[in-house]
Write a protein that binds this ligand. Structure first.
Ligand SMILES: [Zn+2]
Length: 310
């Protein structure tokens, strides 16, 4: 394995911003798999998943090359913020970036260069500081990865414009986005899920030997995944945290209340919109929230289809 620092730019404070890239060359030839963690700085779960994978993948067994950037946005990682604090930009909305642009645009440009020519790409995300999530995106190019990753919910959604995945798909790269863990909850559980799931992906695409484990029987594909965003800030009180992800709840179920810690008023009630709603992102009993934050995410259970039609 080689570890190298790729220069991005020099900041006004004189610090040189670099991206650390790990390259794991397998004993035999094969595809090139790129992995990113930490595109969003409030999602350190992805960085740690990549770190553990680099340790878990045996180069003697590997066919092809794994190129991994565990921390794709170092200053956001430092600040534990979704966007880059230096320019306020969301790195996952400006691919392929600009070598002559702001710090985040330049990060995207360097990362695009790493993605160029890849056969496969996995982007490891999670909930932010206060939310826990559990699903994977399903794209036609890369669907075999999402199935093998093994989450119960697969979301057939269009990637966001300017996302690393959206750009990579345009370039013909087979892609999967993992959305696993976050919020400081069930850390060991989700790290293991991410590592085991990725090793299973590598078996499914022939980069590691052995038969992949079959996906769970309850794996479903959903086309509708709705983010419930509180319109007001305050304290969110909820019974729908990490332990309840994957649960189906009736339409109208109260998922949370936003209350004012100042006046004690109940400001907003967040309810499940679908009959039934599959809980995909949740928050613990007591969390702070800003207007427009990711409150909850739910999938429409009525239109969910078995991933394996049998
Ligand atoms: Zn993210």
């Amino acid at each position: 394995m080689t570890v190298e620092q790729i220069p991005v730019t020099t900041l006004a404070g004189g610090h040189r911003l670099e991206l650390t890239v790990h390259t794991l060359r397998g004993a035999s030839d094969g595809p090139r798999m790129v992995m990113f963690g930490g595109i969003h700085g409030d999602e350190p779960m992805g960085s740690e998943t990549v770190r553990r994978l680099l340790d878990a993948i045996d180069p003697a067994q590997l066919s092809g090359t794994v190129v991994a950037v565990p921390v794709a946005n170092p200053y956001a990682h430092q600040a534990l913020t979704r966007n880059t604090p230096l320019d306020g930009v969301n790195l996952n909305r400006i691919f392929p970036g600009d070598r002559g642009g702001s710090v985040t645009e330049q990060l995207a440009a360097v990362l695009s260069g790493i993605l160029e020519g890849a056969d496969y790409f996995i982007d490891f995300h999670s909930g932010g500081n206060f939310a826990t999530v559990e699903y994977a995106y399903l794209h036609d190019a890369g669907a075999e990865m999402s199935r093998a990753y093994g989450t119960s919910v697969l979301y057939r959604g269009h990637p966001y414009g300017g996302s690393a995945t959206g750009w990579a798909l345009e370039k013909g790269v087979r892609c999967m986005v993992s959305e696993l863990g976050g919020g400081g909850q069930r850390i060991g559980h989700y790290l293991k899920r991410g590592v085991d799931g990725t090793l299973n992906v590598l078996r499914a695409i022939g980069m590691l030997p052995g038969d992949p484990v079959a996906p769970p029987e309850d794996q479903v594909i959903v086309d509708t995944l709705t983010t419930l965003r509180p319109a007001v800030g305050g304290t969110v009180v909820s019974d729908f945290g990490a332990a309840r992800l994957g649960e189906r709840v009736p339409k109208g179920t109260v998922l949370a209340k936003v209350v004012s810690p100042y006046t004690s008023e109940e400001l907003e009630v967040i309810t499940a919109p679908y009959e039934p709603s599959i809980l995909v992102l949740g928050r613990e009993h007591l969390t702070n929230v800003a207007p427009g934050d990711y409150g909850f995410m739910v999938a429409d259970g009525a239109t969910a289809k078995p991933a394996d039609p049998g």
